[in-house]
Design a protein around this ligand. Sequence first.
Ligand code: ZN
Ligand code: ZN
Length: 153
Amino acid sequence: MATDHLPVSGDFLNQRLAEKGLRFTSQRRHVYEVLLSRRDHPSAEEVFMQAKQSKPEISMATVYNSLDALVKCGVVRQVNVDRGATLYCSNMNKHAHFCCDDCGKVFDVNLKNSPRMPEVDVLGDFEVRSIDIALHGRCTGTCENCGRKEANG
Ligand SMILES: [Zn+2]
Ligand SMILES: [Zn+2]
């Protein structure tokens, strides 16, 4: 089971930003709160739409800037799926991403066993530090879109 997100703490965010020499701002905190409230990996636009609801003065540029800062200080992760916009994930627990090829949604999944570190066969020297796994398939129950598709044939 996925564990719940950490409660939003200004101190926590402030400290993480400070470690990277980044400034704590109420906008950055707000964008972080929006991300914490969602488990569905929103795009920057979706974050902007939601952030605007309680902070109408926030601009798209500020949202991009805040997302950038949150990724840099390691409290948010970028998720890139083959096509489409960069998505954002605030779940910093170890997990993999399941991408539905039909509706494009991305879900957090826990792996029951860790995958073996693949051997790298390329020219040059590389040190593998982590593996970023994306599983592809189709969501069969959790997604309204795909459920409907199936019902219609
Ligand atoms: Zn995720
Ligand atoms: Zn789907």
